[in-house]
Write a protein that binds this ligand. Sequence first.
Ligand SMILES: Nc1ncnc2c1ncn2[C@@H]1O[C@H](COP(=O)(O)OP(=O)(O)O)[C@@H](O)[C@H]1O
Ligand SMILES: [Mg+2]
Length: 312
Amino acid sequence: MNNTLEAVYRTDFNLPDRREGKVRDIYRVPMEGRTDPVLIVASDRMSAFDVVMPTPFPGKGRLLTEISLAWFDRIRTAGIIQDHLLSTDPADVPGLDEDERASLEGRMMLCRAAEVVPIECVVRGYLSGSGWKDYQATGSVCGVELPEGLQNSSKLPEPIFTPATKATEGHDENIDFERACEIAGTEVMTRLRDLSLQIFEFGRAYAAERGMILADTKFEFGFALDADGNPTDELMLIDEVLTPDSSRYWPAEDYEPGREQDNFNKQIFRNWLQEMCDRGDWDKTPPGPSIPAEIVSQTIAKYHEAANRLGS
Ligand SMILES: Nc1ncnc2c1ncn2[C@@H]1O[C@H](COP(=O)(O)OP(=O)(O)O)[C@@H](O)[C@H]1O
Ligand SMILES: [Mg+2]
């Protein structure tokens, strides 16, 4: 019997079209009489600086799935936009044995397959990360002019839409809205920008009630496929949503502009990695170093705290 609390680093199910993201494994699930859905499995892999680490972070995939599912539900219930979720029940995935089904418990989403819009729909309410870097260099982020005198972690006058390319290799690149329109079409991008800002506003109000600042986040959207695998005009929110992997959440009680904030995500672990790099022990290229147990458990504790605070 498979202990369902065991870490799941990598899955290898007998299902077609296996793809491996940095964190998730994706399969096509053949089904009679409907468009084949996709099975998305959140593994316990951890990535940083776009490199997948060799050490699993046990339970991380479940926590991310729990947080995502709760948000999909809230966003759907609020009538903002439909999403790709069909089922979270391993029994709905045909052709797996008992151990495989057990390993999926709490970390799978059976989803409507999408033609993914190849733009990362980033919204920022605060200046941090690549936004802060771009602002220091140019006074703007993704072509959005910002007032002078902002600091690291400053609150922006209003949330801004700052798209990025979805790079299949290497790092995502910040682009301006016009460039995003060239890639995905002006009509589509206008809809996605408005939706992204709307979901962000909804998410940040909810998080604020729970003592968390939603500083920024990234959404992905796609068009549902028909039975022949062609895209329809049915737009869906896909991927993961408002998780600590796709978002910066800060504890409101410690917020102070002018410095980096504590983060409910992999920050502890990224800091540890950065120290390795500063010492010359790692250069941000694969393979990643193996991670000490205490860094793993401290990081998992942060994800737990995020899930608890968000009440998912
Ligand atoms: N409903 C969907 N249909 C097709 N692809 C999807 C759907 N939802 C998410 N995806 C894709 O599945 C992948 C999720 O795996 P992930 O580990 O996050 O990959 P990445 O390393 O590209 O971030 C992403 O490439 C995402 O665009
Ligand atoms: Mg991803």
